[in-house]
Design a protein around this ligand. Sequence first.
Ligand code: 16C
Length: 253
Amino acid sequence: AVPVSTIVSKSNDDNSESNGKHRLTDDVERIVQEHLQYVREDVSNGWDLIHQDGEMKVYRREVEENGIVVDPLKCFHTIKGVTGHEICRYFWEFQYRMEWETTLDSTKIIEALDPDTVIFFQLHKRVWPAAQRDSCFWSHIRCISHSDEDQPTWLVVNYTTPHPLAPIKSPQVRLVANVALICETIISEPPLDPKDIKRENIQCKLTYVAFVNPGGWVPSAALRGVAKREYPRFLKRFTSYVVEQTRNKPILF
Ligand code: 16C
């Protein structure tokens, strides 16, 4: 749930309907389903392993559209001591963002569409010599239950959308992002009583995928260099942050 204090403004038009649906419900559903399909596709064909560190593997496919680098990225990681829900919760919640995101100047919520879907406006740190980028995207968190016995899959999707409260203002360039974080919890040697599960018995299998279009030309080699360095750095910093934050807290399944 979004604390009311973090909601900068709410839409007053008639987009918010009383049946729990909102103007982006269908888009959110479509993109979530696409990610659930895509996460199953393996990386044996056409993907380059660009970084490996222990359990973390980062793959990318080199793709250009009209001379602009839009390389898809797919990362896999396994993190001990945390659940998929915890990883997704810390990724989605506004109040933790600036503690783990090192490539942002600012972030704010400009609309809450429902308790699990908000719209963010973010200003990214400028990387010389490129123009500064901003982004505006809906962000949705969801739990997908497979059966009563299995641990559910948690996911967060961030997907670019236009918004009247976030007009594009030169010299900023609007980047276009379609990002998903999909997490499963693995419980090793589960005790008979679920109440006895300890952090040492759990791990999270994480998949992170990103399609980012810089929204304008950026020198290809520079962009690929920044991406190769920054995505692994993000994964390492973000997952260590969640491990630290949850270490002495009750497990959030
Ligand atoms: O997913 C992540 N964070 C989420 C919450 O903030 C959200 C963010 C999505 C946007 C990710 C793109 C960040 C681009 C930064 C602009 C850097 C300019 C580079 C210019 C190069 C000469 O989903 C975690 C995101 C971790 C991001 C790591 C940074 C990757 C840089 C890759 C560059 C691709 C875009 C280039 C845009 C100019």
